[in-house]
Design a protein around this ligand. Sequence first.
Ligand code: IFM
Length: 466
Amino acid sequence: MTFPAKFLWGAATSAYQIEGRAPGDGLGSSVWDEFCARPGRVQGGESGAVACDHYRRFAADVQLMRDLGLQAYRFSVAWPRVLPAGRGAVNSAGLAFYDRLVDALLAARIEPWLTLFHWDYPLALYREGGWLHPDSPRWFADYTRVVVDRLSDRVRHWITLNEPQCFIGLGHQTGLHAPGDKLPLDRTLLAAHHVLLAHGLAVQTIRAHAKLPPVVGWSPTGEVPLPATEAPEDVGAAREVYWHVAPDSVWNMAWWLGPAVLGAYPEQGLRAYGAAVPRFTDAEMRTISQPLDFLGLNIYHGYACRRSGAGAVEIVPPTPGHAQTHNHWRVAPAALRWGPVFAHERCGLPVVITENGMAAHDSVSLDGAVHDPQRIDFLARYLGQLRQAVADGVPVLGYFAWSLLDNFEWAEGYRFRFGLVHVDFATQRRLPKDSARWYRECIRSNGASLPLPDPAPAGSADLVRS
Ligand code: IFM
């Protein structure tokens, strides 16, 4: 059991989390700049003002990627860096940065995977109504056009939006992320509808204007329900939960993948949300459901489900003391099998894991190295399960580790380190962790260096074993 011959190995980052706001380059403000300045919203009052200073250090960072043997690098473009007011005047210095980055990647034989939106929404547009504004899908499409016109002679791989569940759920419904809104459900769903339209228009824009034949997808996320055993009834229970829409939350796959991939909001979701569903037209649904080349999945954690004797679905609590990451996410390797399986069997698209990784208690040891055996163990277990998804018949095209660098973890500030490369935020010194060397060998061998037999048990037995 191996990975396909053309399997692509990469690592991912996002603009606000690493670039920093090098002054004097014409960058506009994003909702995250404003949110970070509000007392008490971000751990330690921290922000992405400097972050990894990647804007100035990108060339050395590309060299790090080369040393790691990366075949692909997923980054995001900061919308307010390109269009400081979100629309209208283009900041040529901002676009020139992405030019240089893409050129450096190609010179290092690293394929650029470009995400158009990873949460740093232009503050000026937010003040005009943001994702609630009926013109917001068009604003995003116009921004997409600017990026495509400039970079599509070299960039082939495009991701429209990263984790809509997060920037709408946390940003607009619970207020834990920028812009910090706590909208009622009907307004939240209106913003979500505009996000879906923005995705569809962006796909159309890419396909209409890209110079190189584009490969287009997007990257939803979610905790994956896992069958407690491989018995068909438990697999069925997990599948049912995977596609379920809870009445008060946008944390699900169905409300996002239904329109974007299958052309319709899910019936169960329409019933669950009821009167809060925005008005929409058939023409809008056609705009949203553009053909995609792949489905990006950001997968970190999962929880076990089973079918009870009475036929109901039960969520199975984890064994006390079950392994967790530093930020208290449950370690659940089988998520990287069942997430792709459930998504692919309904959507029919090839899958790319556009994010996976963990926050660990990383620090520089007395010997000067960063030893992160838990991350190595985590990656080995999860990749073993991804290999199982491939064996199950899912066309998995690639895998992006989150993240290349330790970086700004949103409302958590800098306290959770997800990088393969350690960053000393006082000096900006980069130090590849043990996991970076481990990942390099995994890439070099196309996964053959992973332990066999699979280190993680089948199903999610690791979550429910007592
Ligand atoms: O850091 C984030 C990233 O921006 C989006 N996906 C999850 C990561 C870890 O929380």
